[in-house]
Design a binder for this molecule. Structure first.
Ligand SMILES: Nc1nc2c(c(=O)[nH]1)N[C@H]1C(S)=C(S)[C@@H](COP(=O)(O)OP(=O)(O)OC[C@H]3O[C@@H](n4cnc5c(=O)[nH]c(N)nc54)[C@H](O)[C@@H]3O)O[C@H]1N2
Ligand SMILES: Nc1nc2c(c(=O)[nH]1)N[C@H]1C(S)=C(S)[C@@H](COP(=O)(O)OP(=O)(O)OC[C@H]3O[C@@H](n4cnc5c(=O)[nH]c(N)nc54)[C@H](O)[C@@H]3O)O[C@H]1N2
Ligand code: SF4
Ligand SMILES: [Mo]
Length: 698
């Protein structure tokens, strides 16, 4: 328990407030170093970026600046509950923690007795990114042989493409952006999704007159801020990248010495590129030939060009192939040689935190079935392929995740969550759409009320954060819930007797980092590797140390037979046809983070409601005006949103920003009703921006 701070003699105003160090836990590559104003043991005031951290540099996004609205929201869950009405209606009654956890354990045991341990499926994602609070659920799976979860929803597709060429999950130090002359943001929208990139871009522009190029399917706030905006059709980035390669080789802008020394430089690469010229790419991408040529020349003649690679363009069936093609560009120009050059997709692998205790890796068993989290709808519908021939899923715990809204094929997901023979325990901060389906609903702490360890995928710092508030009501952290369930199921594993702080300390000291207390006092640990390693000058991640223009896709994923041998456009996506003439992209909204923050009044006010950005010419043809309702649909479902005429996108592209919870739509289900749970090639991954749709007046 934290001591209550003193109250002043006059009224109940606190005598002092203080700013305490913390780290942002949300699913965002920025993982900002924060300073949080604690007014008393239950109340926060301002939240600001830590100016002493040279990546955060004192800047954070608007949604986290307003965090007190989320922390002190009247709708926070405060005590355990059990369902009393029909599933999905949200009718609950208060119970004790003991009754709640006993019920969960009894139901897991009952399910297991009937179908074996794989019938239990603990399901999680990234509500918090902390390495202990997020990943303790692995320990539950491993220790009891429950079904494993294939983490496909976010990074699987981009990882596959990056791994194919580069071979290691790291890239240039993002602080080098300020030393670049050209920053290319490919298929990402950092103004909305990781604002700190823009801080460093602004420094490069001011100090060196650097140029910013953005490649996206519509004019995002990042694209509006760019010097050059290349507007592509969804799922066509491979073609653009290959045409740029064509120009680089044709015009002597490729660095042949670098290619020979650092890459596999296939003998037939240039012959392969010959036919893939800007005119060919222009047909596919919709980008004018002159723009492709101008950008290729600029990129090829700027040694210090930094490519910040986003996730957006990889969320298609062909996304990994596109990622590979894009990753070939710095390998062709050799920009990796230069400080301020090269590329960054993620720096996830530089931290190397040993999570063997957190995840009970000593009990890990590869033979236990692994279910694709994106296919939760098909799994709950007892699809045999999705179930991998194993037993049905009849018991679940969800933690840090809101699958009723965020997973593809929402109608199937909701039908599954409504199943009478499914026992569902949800551990949540708010009454989400998923929580409404729970049999047992448990209240979760926020990051301000628990301890954790954070690594920044978009930077280089490792941070320890301590709770700075008492838990609200009876809220418990994820570690405590996992341990409580495990104890009731019966376990001898020591990790289930450790607190979050013990586990942080264990993970740090095992890896050779300072202990938790020391690292917390220090603020953060800089985990950057030497320049030669971050820039692969002492070898790329493959056994031969080379960048691979011709990847071994069979080492990347199972469904590799159609992957292109050399960088290419792969025409594998949900193609529009006469019944589905539009391609829909479901890009992130600035004031939400997936469905987190959709409860915050200031965010709701800014985001206004689910809207479809549609080209004005299409609006005119269909007789649509701003604010009209429009139905968007395909064979998986249909939802009604509001028309927003928007001219900076292709005629056949429709953009619906954000994952608005289902209750904001008249159908009671959200945009993911339309998105397919098909797997990106060759190794799975959500295809959230790869959906052919029709538009119709209601
Ligand atoms: N405000 C806010 N911040 C967020 C999130 C959020 O929802 N809101 N989500 C967080 C999470 S979980 C993640 S993974 C990251 C994601 O951050 P980003 O890397 O920014 O990735 P995406 O959200 O997938 O989409 C980014 C952009 O890709 C574009 N895009 C879609 N399809 C294509 C295509 O085929 N080609 C090209 N060139 N562009 C395309 C979209 O229009 C969008 O502008 O952001 C995190 N930060
Ligand atoms: N249409 C469409 N769908 C998408 C995407 C898209 O771009 N378009 N993006 C996809 C991507 S990239 C991702 S990563 C996924 C994200 O999907 P999710 O990880 O499900 O993200 P959120 O919707 O933010 O839900 C996280 C939930 O965790 C809860 N939470 C936060 N902290 C804690 C905690 O400490 N303990 C517990 N128990 N709960 C906590 C929050 O209250 C919130 O309800 O969505 C995917 N879905
Ligand atoms: S930019 Fe990302 S990491 Fe930083 S405060 Fe906002 S959500 Fe958190
Ligand atoms: Mo994500």
């Amino acid at each position: 328990m934290l001591a209550r701070r003193g109250l002043s003699a006059v009224g109940f105003r606190p005598m002092t407030s203080e700013f305490l160090r913390s780290a942002c836990p949300h699913d965002c590559p920025s993982c900002c170093a924060l300073e949080v104003e604690r007014i008393d043991a239950r109340t926060i005031g301002k939240v600001r970026g830590n100016a002493a951290n040279d990546y955060t540099a004192g800047v954070i996004c608007a949604k986290v600046s307003a965090y007190k609205e989320r922390q002190h929201h009247p709708d926070r869950l405060t005590h355990p509950m059990k369902r009393v009405g029909p599933k999905g209606t949200g009718a609950f009654e208060r119970i004790s923690w003991d009754e709640a956890l006993d019920t969960v354990a009894e139901n897991f045991k009952r399910a297991e007795a009937e179908y074996g341990p794989e019938t239990v499926w603990p399901y999680h994602f990234a509500g918090t990114m902390g390495l202990v609070q997020r990943d303790s659920i692995f320990r539950l799976r491993h220790a009891f042989g429950f079904s494993r979860m294939e983490q496909t929803i976010c990074t699987a597709a981009p990882d596959a493409g990056w791994k194919a060429g580069v071979g290691a999950m790291r890239g240039a130090d993002p602080r080098e952006i300020q030393e670049s002359d050209l920053i290319v943001v490919w298929g990402g929208n950092p103004v909305s999704t990781q604002v700190n990139v823009m801080t460093h871009v602004a420094k490069a522009r001011k100090a060196r007159g650097a140029k910013l190029v953005v490649i996206d399917v519509y004019e995002t706030p990042t694209a509006s801020a760019a010097d050059i905006f290349l507007k592509v059709r969804p799922g066509t980035d491979g073609a653009l990248a290959v045409a740029i390669l064509h120009v680089l080789f044709k015009e002597g802008l490729a660095d042949r010495q670098y290619l020979a020394e650092y890459t596999d430089f296939p003998a037939d690469l240039e012959a392969h590129l010959e036919s893939r010229d800007p005119a060919w790419a222009s047909e596919i991408t919709g980008v004018p030939v002159e723009d492709i040529l101008a950008f290729a020349r600029l990129y090829g003649s700027t040694p210090k060009s930094f490519m910040r690679v986003g996730y957006g363009f990889t969320r298609s069936r062909n996304g990994p192939a596109a990622m590979h093609a894009v990753s070939c560009l710095p390998a062709a120009t050799g920009s990796w040689r230069h400080k301020g050059g090269g590329a960054l997709y993620t720096n996830r692998s530089i931290f190397g935190v040993d999570q063997s205790m957190v995840m009970a890796l000593d009990r890990f068993d590869r033979s236990v079935r692994e279910l694709d989290m994106c296919q939760i709808g098909r799994i709950l519908a007892r699809d045999e392929v999705a179930l991998k021939g194993g037993p049905p899923v009849t018991a679940m715990l969800t933690q840090n995740v809101n699958p009723a809204d965020v997973a593809p094929e929402s109608n199937l997901v909701r039908d599954g969550l409504r199943r009478d023979d499914l026992f569902l325990c949800v551990h949540e901060q708010f009454m989400t759409e998923t929580a409404k389906f729970a049999d047992i609903l448990l209240p979760a702490t926020t990051f301000l009320e628990c301890d954790d360890l954070y690594q920044g995928g978009g930077h280089i710092y490792l941070q320890v954060a301590k709770a700075i508030l008492e838990p609200l009501g009876e809220c418990r952290d994820n570690t405590a819930v996992i341990n409580g369930i495990a104890k009731r199921l019966g376990t001898d594993h020591p990790a289930f007797s450790m607190s979050a702080w013990d586990l942080i300390d264990d993970a740090l000291t095992r890896t050779g980092y300072p202990d938790a207390e020391t690292l917390h006092a220090k603020g953060w640990e800089n985990c950057v590797k030497p320049f030669e390693e971050m820039h692969f000058l002492n070898g790329f991640g493959h056994a031969d140390g080379k960048f691979h223009f011709s990847p071994d896709w069979s080492a990347v994923g199972e469904t590799h037979s159609d992957m292109p041998r050399l960088p290419d456009h792969m025409p594998a996506h949900d193609s529009s046809d006469k019944d589905h003439p539009f391609r829909m992209v479901t890009a992130p909204a600035r004031r939400f983070l997936n469905t987190s923050f959709t409860e915050m009044p200031s965010s709701l006010k800014k985001e206004r409601g689910p809207r479809a950005k549609i080209h004005p010419q299409v609006c005119a043809e269909m007789g649509l005006a701003e604010g009209d309702p429009i139905r968007v649909g395909n064979k998986r479902g249909a939802v009604t949103v509001t028309v927003e005429p928007f001219d900076e996108l292709d005629l056949n592209t429709v953009v619906v920003e954000s994952v608005w919870p289902g209750h904001h739509f008249p159908e009671g289900v959200g945009i993911n009703a339309l998105v397919s749970a098909d797997r990106a090639l060759p190794n799975g991954g959500g295809v959230f921006h790869d959906t052919a749709v029709w538009l119709a007046k209601p």
